[in-house]
Design a binder for this molecule. Structure first.
Ligand code: NDP
Ligand code: 8X3
Length: 251
């Protein structure tokens, strides 16, 4: 039977590339995000390859999250794979100047949003004693860098939630693992710098960053392992990157 994957944050970057790769491999898709037009376009692109269901919601709204997931059409209710990917950094300020709105956004989306989506999907996996969850963390969840403060905190929380999920779901045969990327060129820095494309570009200047497709390939590798293999935690950086602050820029 074909598997069904639920991907949050499928409108761009890592989530979109993962949806494209999954579709090319015949995995049925539930693609989620806030930008309706982008979801519709992606559905149109991928429908020749696989069945696609669009879910349009903001992960911050817990009532909408659970109601929307409950309203899935019958043929998409059985979810085999959950990719908890939706998230972003908002701002890069020192802690004493941090914006409260940015802090709320990062904690509400990256941490609470991930929890709301997971809470709505986990019971069916528990009932079936099967499922695979991949949490997209970050190198920012493994170390803390200057002015990364609250974004790093949100990704450290994802790291803890990943471990907690794996422990609590162990008895049910559900696989849980995290993929923690370093610098990937997506819309990430555009969002962090509030649409300042020039500043966003400078983040990836002078070295070869990861592409969203690189992470999609890794996610696909993780979900393609036999059922007795669980890749619990994986960190991947561009070759030019050694840590959050050490990047070999040549230009
Ligand atoms: P993008 O900005 O390209 O994609 C972010 C995705 O998250 C979009 O599809 C966006 O959809 C979705 N999203 C954001 N906020 C919400 C929300 N409130 N409700 C629902 N969906 C939301 O960035 P990336 O692809 O780079 O980021 C994906 C994940 O990878 C994030 O968790 C990020 O922290 C992580 N990551 C990224 C790295 C990088 O260097 N790029 C490195 C390490 C981790 P929409 O706007 O349509 O709602
Ligand atoms: C994204 C990687 O270093 O920009 O999570 O925070 S970084």
């Amino acid at each position: 039977m074909k598997k069904t994957a639920f991907i949050t944050g499928a409108t761009s970057g890592i989530g979109k590339a993962t949806a494209q790769l999954f579709a090319a491999n015949g995995i049925r898709l539930i693609i989620c995000g806030r930008r309706t037009e982008l979801l519709k376009e992606l559905k149109k692109e991928l429908e020749p390859l696989t069945d696609v269901c669009v879910l349009n919601f903001d992960v911050r709204d817990k009532d909408i999250v659970s109601a929307t997931i409950e309203s899935l059409p019958k043929e998409f209710r059985h979810i085999d794979i959950l990719i908890n990917n939706a998230g972003n950094a908002h701002g890069l300020d020192p802690i004493e100047k941090g914006s409260l709105e940015d802090w709320d956004a990062m904690l509400d989306i990256n941490v609470k949003g991930l929890l709301y989506v997971s809470r709505a999907i986990l019971p069916q996996m528990v009932e079936r004693n099967s499922g695979h969850i991949i949490n997209i963390g970050s190198t920012a969840g493994k170390e803390v860098y200057p002015r990364g403060n609250v974004y790093c905190a949100s990704k450290h929380a994802v790291d803890a939630i990943n471990q907690g999920m794996r422990i609590d779901l162990n008895a049910y045969g559900i696989r849980v693992g995290a993929v923690n990327p370093g610098l990937v060129e997506t819309e990430f820095s555009n969002v962090r710098f509030k649409g300042d494309a020039k500043r966003a570009k400078t983040v990836y200047k002078g070295f070869q960053p990861l592409k969203p497709e690189d992470i999609a390939n890794i996610i696909f590798f993780v979900i393609s392992q036999p059922s007795h293999v669980n890749i619990a935690d994986l960190v991947v950086m561009p070759t030019a990157q050694a840590s959050s602050t050490i990047v070999n820029k040549t230009i």
